[in-house]
Structures are given as structure tokens and as C-alpha cells.
Design a binder for this molecule. Structure first.
Ligand code: URA
Length: 265
């Protein structure tokens, strides 16, 4: 990405998120961390912040199991269809008896270089059978577009494929049963970059329980290949719209993702 394209993406991202300007003045910046978006003043943009380079890569600890059809066809699209068929109308964990309408497998480009992993489907996703289609999903779409990509360029999946009742946190037995399918999706798509959306996804993927505040801001090594970038979950951003620092952090994380995607292999 050129500096100009990065700057345009930066502006588009903030504009769509309701911000209409930033300043070099540190006092102004401090105010933004607490002020609601409506009060953001128009001023200049910090060009020197763009674009970010990738930093030290922390290794992944622990090993995750993978589940799916025994054979791979070598074609990621066909393999994902086979994995979806293998999962079927899943009854492997108790969630199938707890009000979920359908399995929400994943969506997007089977050859994607960039993959997003969330926690579990919510009500909208359960209805439509597609991850991230509700309010959080609309914000995620804007975040994707801010780095010059479309939803159809990336792949989006969740750790858990069925909606937990009343959006409660997934339970350990549900994670243990379902996450091998996510790992199979990742091994099939082989993305260059995985963005873990929120604590739950980051912990499931990295097999650690370090607070997100300590793992975000760094690029992590994931299963011999992909770079994993933990960031805040879009729902968390929506619940904390007045905290502009968090939006800036997500933007920093997305710039890291873009830099890795743009780097020569
Ligand atoms: N939150 C998630 O983690 N995943 C979705 O698909 C929707 C909301």
C-alpha cells in the first residue's frame, strides 16, 4: 500500500466510524480517548503513523487438534465443502439442543490471504447462517474495507459454529468439540494472516490465557506459517464507542495485517 492509499484508507475508516478529524496536539489526543465521536474536531492527520511495519513475532505455544475428512483434494474450495458436509447438522455438543437454528460454518474466499476469527454466531448469524452479519459484522466489514479489501476477499469464521443460548460465553467442552473444525479450516485456507477478534478467539488460537491487553499490539506466530494478530472484537468496540483509543488500536493492528499482506513472500 502506498502512503497515499494508506492515508485514504485511514480517513475512510475513521469517517465511517463517526470520527471527522484528528490533531497532532497531544492534549487533543488525550481528550479523544474519553470524548464521544460527535465531539471530535476537524484537524490534520498524523501521516507519520502510516504505514506500520511488522514487529517481533511471538511464537505460538500448545498444539491444537484438527478434525475433518481424512483426504484432502488439494483444492481449498472443494475441501471446505467437504468439511462442511462432514460437520453436517452437528449434534456433537449440547448446543444443538439449546435453541440454535443452524451450523454457521464460515464464509469468504477459500484462497484468502487474510482470515478473521470471531467467537461464536449471534442471533443474526444463526438466522442467516453466515458469520458476522449483525451490527458487529457491519463494523467488521468497514474495518476490512478500510484496508482496501472486500468481505469477499477474506475468509471469516468463528471458533464455535453454533450460537450459544442468550449469547453466553462458549463452554470448554463446546470449544474442545468445535475448534478442531476451525483448525481444519485454517489448514485448508492457509492464510498469510489471521486476525483474532477478541480475547476468546485469541486464546483459542494461541492456546494461552494471557490478557488481550498483553497479547495485542504484537504479531504472533501461528502453527508454522500464518502470522496471528489479536485485536479487539467489533462488539467490544461497539460497546465502547466513546473510547477512541481502542479504535486507533484496531487501526494499528489492521495496518500490521496489511503490511504483512503487502510484503513480498
Ligand atoms: N460475534 C462473533 O464472534 N461472531 C459472529 O459471527 C458474530 C458476532
Amino acid at each position: 500500500m502506498t502512503d497515499r492509499a494508506a492515508l485514504e484508507a485511514h480517513l475512510k475508516y475513521y469517517t465511517e466510524l463517526g470520527v471527522n478529524g484528528v490533531s497532532r496536539d497531544p492534549a487533543w489526543r488525550e481528550r479523544q480517548a474519553s470524548d464521544p465521536p460527535e465531539s471530535v474536531a476537524t484537524a490534520t492527520v498524523e501521516v507519520s503513523e502510516l504505514p506500520a511495519s511488522t514487529e517481533a513475532v511471538a511464537p505460538m505455544t500448545g498444539v491444537a487438534s484438527v478434525e475433518g475428512p481424512a483426504e484432502s483434494t488439494g483444492d481449498p474450495a472443494a475441501d471446505l465443502v467437504a468439511l462442511r458436509d462432514y460437520i453436517g447438522d452437528c449434534t456433537r455438543c449440547k448446543l444443538h439442543q439449546q435453541g440454535r437454528k443452524q451450523v454457521v460454518f464460515g464464509v469468504g474466499n477459500p484462497n484468502a490471504d487474510l482470515m478473521f476469527v470471531g467467537e461464536a454466531p449471534g442471533a443474526d448469524e444463526d438466522q442467516q447462517g453466515e458469520p458476522f452479519v449483525g451490527r458487529a459484522g457491519q463494523l467488521l466489514t468497514k474495518i476490512i474495507e478500510a484496508i482496501g479489501l472486500n468481505r469477499s476477499d477474506v475468509y471469516i469464521a468463528n471458533v464455535i459454529k453454533c450460537r450459544p443460548p442468550a449469547n453466553r460465553n462458549p463452554e470448554p467442552d463446546e470449544v474442545a468439540t468445535c475448534e478442531p473444525f476451525l483448525f481444519r479450516q485454517i489448514d485448508t485456507i492457509r492464510p498469510k494472516v489471521i486476525v483474532a477478534l477478541g480475547t476468546f478467539a485469541a486464546h483459542a488460537l494461541l492456546k494461552i490465557d494471557t490478557p488481550i491487553s498483553r497479547i495485542r499490539g504484537r504479531v504472533h506466530e501461528f502453527r508454522g506459517g500464518a502470522k496471528l494478530i489479536p485485536t479487539f472484537h467489533p462488539s467490544f468496540l461497539l460497546r465502547n464507542q466513546q473510547n477512541r483509543a481502542m479504535y486507533r488500536d484496531v487501526w494499528e493492528d489492521m495496518k500490521k495485517a496489511r503490511a504483512i499482506l503487502d510484503a513480498p513472500n
